[in-house]
Design a protein around this ligand. Structure first.
Ligand SMILES: Cc1cc2nc3c(=O)[nH]c(=O)nc-3n(C[C@H](O)[C@H](O)[C@H](O)COP(=O)(O)OP(=O)(O)OC[C@H]3O[C@@H](n4cnc5c(N)ncnc54)[C@H](O)[C@@H]3O)c2cc1C
Length: 354
């Protein structure tokens, strides 16, 4: 465990924005979380976890409560006692990319299309991370966590995590710090069926085909790269938090109106119909590369926000407001932010678009 004070948050986030954490506790040795708890109690304030910083906007005012930087690493594999697949447990700070690569190399299917998503394993249940037809909720068995409300270690099974579309019981609350995540994967050299058309097209197969795991992962990575959804330090669009807005759920009249405008919609297994926020932003008249606030512009590859130079969280919030207002005016659909705020309340309120 390592404790530092007045630590700039910007370098710890992919947007590269934000003030300082008054206290930053690095949790890097699995098993030593009681030391972290003791330290947090000594410092006081509501602790908040930080993984790879790829889904947060750190406030310009920084963070007064202790920030727990999750850097623990480790993966264990064991046959499931009931004989149904392999249980894969990863420490919360473990990079998701490495977990995906490890499971693909071990011929385990279930998370191969999550390749290329930045961040840590511990953050994946928070917003039920997903892409190209798979989400972590498909394979989640349980999480081990520290419950700051009950002040004890707990294990929550998948049902208790209440996973939904980019949400869970952990979203928008700092009550739990997730310490370990256990998934149930299936032994197979083949991927799950490739349902996503862009990935199937890249592979030259019909949607629904199963392909070699490695081929599936490489195809997803290629499609993600073409959309600027893989972080690359040499790319001018690198300072990104991925999708800034959730894919909004549509009621039937909204869905009919958007279909009539030729916007593709997605029907999900939970019965909801959603539209990608990128489509709405494009349809509302924004253009690639468009500057929206000082240091904040739309990416040159897709309709999400990018930071440049000495950008601020205030400017980022202003840009989200500009987009959400125009999208609402043009399409009648309300956009909600996907990313979380680290720090001051006021910017967070501005992100909850009116
Ligand atoms: C280029 C790019 C592409 C992306 N593509 C996708 C995608 O395809 N699909 C997708 O779902 N997401 C995507 N994301 C968003 C992001 O990568 C994921 O949400 C990821 O899981 C965040 O992990 P992180 O470790 O960086 O979390 P952070 O950004 O550090 O934290 C995110 C939230 O989780 C909380 N948190 C983090 N760790 C813990 C923990 N151990 N316990 C409790 N709370 C915790 C934080 O407090 C914060 O509220 C993308 C982001 C980028 C930049």
């Amino acid at each position: 465990m390592n404790v530092r004070h007045q630590v700039p948050l910007a370098p710890l986030t992919t947007l590269g924005i934000g003030g300082s954490a008054e206290t930053l506790v690095e949790y890097r040795d699995p098993g030593s979380f009681f030391d972290v708890v003791q330290l947090v109690h000594e410092h006081g304030g509501q602790p908040v976890a930080l993984g790879g910083g790829s889904n947060v906007l750190a406030s310009d005012a920084g963070c007064r409560g202790p920030v727990i930087h999750m850097t623990t690493c480790g993966i264990t594999l064991r046959e499931a006692p009931d004989g149904d697949g392999v249980l894969v447990t990863a420490e919360a700070g473990h990079p998701l990319q490495d977990l995906v690569e490890t499971t693909v190399a071990e011929c385990l299917t279930g998370i191969e299309t999550l390749v290329g998503i930045p961040g840590t394993v511990g953050a994946t249940p928070v917003q039920n991370v997903g892409a190209y037809g798979q989400e972590v909720g498909d394979t989640l068995v349980e999480v081990d966590a520290w419950d700051w409300q009950q002040n004890r270690a707990v294990t929550l099974d998948a049902a208790a995590c209440r996973l939904g579309h980019r949400t869970s019981v952990f979203k928008h609350t700092a009550r739990w710090t997730l310490l370990r995540v256990t998934l149930r994967l299936t032994r197979s050299k083949l991927s799950r069926p490739i349902d996503y058309r862009a990935v199937a097209d890249h592979l030259g197969v019909a949607p629904g085909t199963r392909v070699l795991l490695d081929d599936a992962a490489r195809a997803v990575l290629a499609v993600r790269r073409s959309k600027g959804m893989v972080l690359d330090p040499t790319d001018p669009d690198n300072r990104s938090a991925g999708s800034v807005f959730l894919s909004p759920q549509l009621d039937p009249p909204q869905a009919a109106a958007l279909r009539a405008r030729g916007i593709p919609l997605h029907d999900f297994s939970d019965g909801t119909t959603r539209v990608s926020s990128s489509w709405l932003i494009k349809d509302a008249g924004f253009t690639l590369g468009q500057q929206l606030a000082p240091g904040i512009r739309i990416s040159s590859k897709q309709y999400t926000l990018i930071a440049e130079g000495p950008a601020t969280s205030a400017a980022f919030a202003q840009a989200t407001e500009v987009i959400a207002t125009q999208v609402h005016r043009e399409t009648g659909v309300l956009l909600r932010p996907e990313l979380d705020l680290l720090g001051s309340e006021s910017t967070y309120e501005r992100l909850q678009i009116q």
